[in-house]
Design a protein around this ligand. Structure first.
Ligand code: IPM
Ligand code: MN
Length: 366
């Protein structure tokens, strides 16, 4: 297995180093071969190459590098975001570009409360918070369609088009049904949308969801408006099994999801192209103020490795990789109860110590 590693900005390289440490332990334990290649794609490189900090002026990642990424089995990304580069430049130039050009059309975001992890929801525990969000990742409000007319005048008009295609919606919905079928859970797939207001865009979503659902008679087809869904995440998270949602709403509800599973130190995601190269990342940002202090939480980045192994294993029908992924997640769940907190600087351990603990747990498991 060939893995492209992009540490990125801020604390990204630190947490990725811990993920790679655990990957090595898993390979040793389960017995699979892998190689990694580091890609220096970051805000620092952009600035050093003369990139304008205020507006995009040179590529964040080159065309050659994007092409090279296609030859890997998976990409492991730390974080993008640099305090001296205007917001959006690095995110668009790397993260969104990879999602679009590598056609990673699903953003898979498990919301799972690990043992011993504090949740802001009173009276809820790991048995209540365990669902997965399938966020469409290449369409909706993220395509960049739209524009500004009469800029700077009193008559200025700005539009941002929510672009939904039948093909794009259907492939995300189908992925979600297939995933829900594989999960040993409630076999309930909830479409989260806003059909009462987005009467064109989410009418397409609703019809597609119901039509595809007919091919999955064992799965309950359920629907929530997105605003109500935010309410239920807080009140009855145990209701959910699998959710499918458009790009922008998925972005928003998965931050809420990350909070109820213990925060940005814990939440991991995968940008999935089921027939191509997928990219796995901790959901949190580059946390510049903690850079180089060995205090940031690497659990999310290690959970991203677990996903990388499981998804790549499923994709290539490699049982060893799937097993390795499960083992890494088990190891995480044996370490989280020992941590004082999931917040940076309050874990009771340093970044590297948490990585060591998980790597040891992988090595010592039966
Ligand atoms: C995420 C992030 C990105 C998104 C930003 C950085 C462009 O918030 O991965 O959720 O909106 O998708
Ligand atoms: Mn987001």
């Amino acid at each position: 297995m060939k893995i492209a590693v992009i540490g990125g900005d801020g604390t990204g390289p630190e947490v990725v180093a811990e993920g790679v440490k655990v990957l090595a332990a898993a390979a040793e334990k389960v017995g699979f071969e892998y190689e990694t290649k580091d890609f220096d794609v970051s805000g620092d490189r952009y600035l050093a190459a003369g990139g304008d900090p205020a507006k995009p002026s040179i590529p964040i990642i080159s065309d050659e590098e994007i092409d090279e990424l296609r030859s890997f089995d998976a990409i492991y990304l730390g974080a993008v975001g640099h305090p001296d580069v205007a917001p959006g430049i690095l995110e668009k130039g790397l993260l969104l570009r990879a999602r679009f050009e590598l056609d990673q059309y699903v953003n898979l975001r498990p919301v799972k409360l690990y043992p011993g992890v504090w949740t802001p929801l009173a009276d809820k525990g790991p048995q209540d918070i365990n669902f997965v969000v399938v966020r469409e990742n290449t369409e909706g409000l993220y395509t960049g369609m739209g524009g500004i007319q009469y800029k700077g005048t009193a008559n200025e008009v700005a539009t941002q088009i929510m672009c939904n295609t039948r093909g794009g919606v259907e492939r995300a919905v189908r992925y979600a049904f297939d995933l829900c079928k594989r999960r040993a859970d409630k076999h309930r797939l909830t479409l989260v949308a806003k059909t009462n207001v987005l009467t064109y865009a989410h009418d397409l979503w609703y019809r597609t969801f119901m039509e595809v659902g007919e091919q999955y008679p064992d799965i309950e087809t359920d629907y929530n408006h997105v605003d109500a869904c935010c309410m239920w995440f807080v009140k009855t998270p145990e209701y959910y099994d699998t959710i499918v949602v458009c790009n922008m709403f998925g972005d928003i509800i998965t931050d809420l999801g990350a909070m109820i599973q213990g925060g940005m130190g814990v939440a991991a995601g995968g940008n999935i192209n089921p027939t191509g190269v997928s990219m796995f990342e901790p959901i949190g940002g580059s946390a510049p103020k903690y850079t180089g202090q060995n205090v940031i939480n690497p659990i999310a980045a290690i959970a991203a490795v677990a996903m990388l192994l499981r998804e790549t294993g499923n994709h290539t029908s490699d049982a060893k990789l799937v097993d390795a992924g499960e083992r890494v997640e088990e190891a995480i769940m044996s370490v989280t109860p020992k941590m004082k907190s999931q917040s940076a600087g309050r874990m009771g351990f340093s970044t590297t110590e948490v990585g060591d603990l998980v790597a040891q747990a992988v090595a010592q498991a039966k």
